[in-house]
Design a protein around this ligand. Structure first.
Ligand SMILES: Cc1cc2nc3c(=O)[nH]c(=O)nc-3n(C[C@H](O)[C@H](O)[C@H](O)COP(=O)(O)O)c2cc1C
Length: 138
């Protein structure tokens, strides 16, 4: 079964830290082999990540991400079954300069199946400027 999830978390290193690139490299090394696609946003203080794949694969990667000390206070949506991927063309897109208020707004929403459905077009819109970036395009 194909599922999607979304979480926000407090980053434990500055926005300009090379560690953000390391996270992206880890994701790019792992996700394609496990059918995981999605997008990782970084704002000044937060991460926001959308992940999709089989229930098994999403649970497994989320278990590791949740233990990662490079972020804290993870607020995750439940896994939502879906028939189509939102970021099927991205093994893991990355946007490094997302506005803090946008992430704080999403962070304040109730984490229900309904809000995730509402957020899908918004997330796609936030990611759109990065789709032409050859580093991220696949
Ligand atoms: C915000 C954030 C997002 C991450 N996203 C992914 C991801 O999409 N895929 C992935 O394999 N690892 C991701 N990681 C890294 C994992 O938490 C973990 O460090 C990495 O997979 C290596 O795990 P291991 O040391 O158990 O092998 C992310 C880490 C952070 C802090």
């Amino acid at each position: 079964m194909l599922v999607q999830t979304l979480y926000t978390s407090q980053a434990q290193m500055p926005m300009a830290d090379a560690g953000n690139g390391h996270i992206l490299l880890e994701a790019l090394a792992y996700n394609p082999h496990h059918g995981l696609t999605g997008f990782l946003f970084r704002s000044r203080n937060h991460f926001l990540q959308f992940l999709e794949g089989t229930e098994h694969d999403v649970k497994e990667v989320m278990a590791r991400i949740t233990l990662d000390p490079r972020h804290e206070q993870i607020l995750a949506w439940p896994l939502v079954p879906t028939s189509a991927r939102l970021f099927g063309d991205w093994t893991m897109g990355f946007a490094g300069g997302v506005a803090e208020p946008e992430v704080l707004l999403i962070r304040s929403l109730p984490r229900t199946v309904e809000t995730l459905a509402t957020l899908r077009p918004k997330l796609r819109e936030m990611a759109a400027p990065y789709f032409s970036d050859p580093v991220n395009a696949h």
